[in-house]
Design a protein around this ligand. Structure first.
Ligand SMILES: [Zn+2]
Length: 356
């Protein structure tokens, strides 16, 4: 006979979120049915679904390709997050905040000796740590979701910024550029790199670093606290007519990381084909919905591709970009080493020695 007990880890999560009594205690005040409570029904269904997704994601962590279990977990998220009201659902807010707190806890305690460890945040935000530096790309508090209760708490974002050395902001849209996050970096004496049009009317604009947006221009970026400098090329990208920095960052270890922001302008193909001209890119952090996806991957000669920007809750449902669609898009390309990640997940990369 089957029993429908929660697993220990999902019971712990549910307990932590106040959805169950502590493991081993009574179920608490959960109703026996929801026949007259549609809101309660869908909230509870979201809680249970997210707890199952959490269990699966913990058991099947990110890697190249994705097991059927991982794809199932990501599809659970797609289903829930494509509900028009998803960002307002307490279960979704709790799930999101728990995952960001979990990532912060790991970032605080992770020392990287080889390669790079990265965390995916919201929506196209990544924090990437090597042995010498911690980079942040398009880090926001998730205000773009348009729901106050979804926004990352002040102390959490402050601690996250405290763990990073530099912030790269691709362009001015709110799902990529968060004024409060930029202020935190600048207040801690850490550089913020953005196109010149970002926060142009703010008093802190002169403190933002505006690198040349130029193919072939490798610029040196000094970092505080005795960190070794970075080499940065800013490709002159665009989201339609909006300037969008596509940055290629080379760390002191020689790791090459490219973040594309919201690159989607076909006229930029000339330089897109040149991103990896000097050398292969280790990690390409690409907007999943870019119409240039295949070209960006080929042009950067990426060893590993990690798509971002899925499930932006501030976008209309048909442009929220589910994980399953990322899988479909990648499947249409030449075989690619892709790692599909969700909020708060961690992945470690090391360069695989090439066969002689
Ligand atoms: Zn965007």
């Amino acid at each position: 006979m089957h029993s429908f007990r929660t697993t220990r880890s999902s019971a712990l999560l549910l307990a932590a979120l106040g959805w169950l009594g502590a493991p081993g205690t009574a179920r608490g005040a959960l109703p026996a049915d929801y026949w007259n409570d549609p809101a309660g029904f869908f909230e509870r269904q979201a809680q249970v679904s997210l707890a199952s997704a959490s269990d699966l994601l913990a058991k099947y962590p990110p890697g190249i390709g994705a097991s059927v279990e991982r794809r199932g977990a990501l599809t659970i998220l797609d289903q829930l997050l494509h509900d028009e009201e998803a960002g307002r659902r307490p279960a979704v807010q709790e799930f999101f905040h728990a995952r960001i707190r979990q990532a912060l806890g790991q970032i605080r305690t992770t020392r990287v000796l080889q390669g790079a460890t990265l965390w995916k945040l919201y929506d196209h935000a990544f924090v990437l740590r090597t042995s010498t530096v911690t980079l942040a790309f398009d880090l926001t508090r998730a205000g773009s979701a348009g729901v106050e209760g979804f926004v990352v708490a002040e102390e959490v974002i402050r601690d996250l910024v405290g763990q990073c050395d530099v912030l790269f902001v691709s362009h001015l849209h709110k799902d990529h550029a968060d004024e409060e996050v930029a202020r935190l970096f600048l207040a801690q004496g850490k550089p913020v790199i953005a196109p010149i049009g970002v926060w142009a009317n703010r008093e802190f604009h002169p403190k933002v670093t505006h690198l040349r947006r130029e193919l072939g221009s490798i610029q040196t970026l000094a970092l505080p606290a005795g960190r070794p400098e970075l080499k940065v090329t800013v490709f002159p990208g665009h989201q339609r007519v909006v300037e969008n920095n596509v940055v290629l960052v080379t760390t002191a270890e020689g790791l090459r990381i490219c973040h594309t922001g919201d690159q989607n302008e076909p006229k930029d193909h000339g330089w897109i084909d040149q991103i990896g001209a000097e050398q292969e890119t280790d990690i390409l952090l690409v907007n999943c919905w870019s119409p240039d996806l295949g070209r960006l991957i080929r042009g950067s000669k990426a060893r590993i591709v990690i798509p971002g920007h899925e499930n932006e809750l501030g976008h209309v449902v048909l442009h929220r970009e589910p994980y399953w669609l990322t899988v479909d898009r990648l499947a249409a390309l030449e075989p690619v080493n892709a790692v599909i990640m969700t909020w708060g997940e961690k992945f470690h990369y090391e360069r695989v020695p090439q066969a002689p």
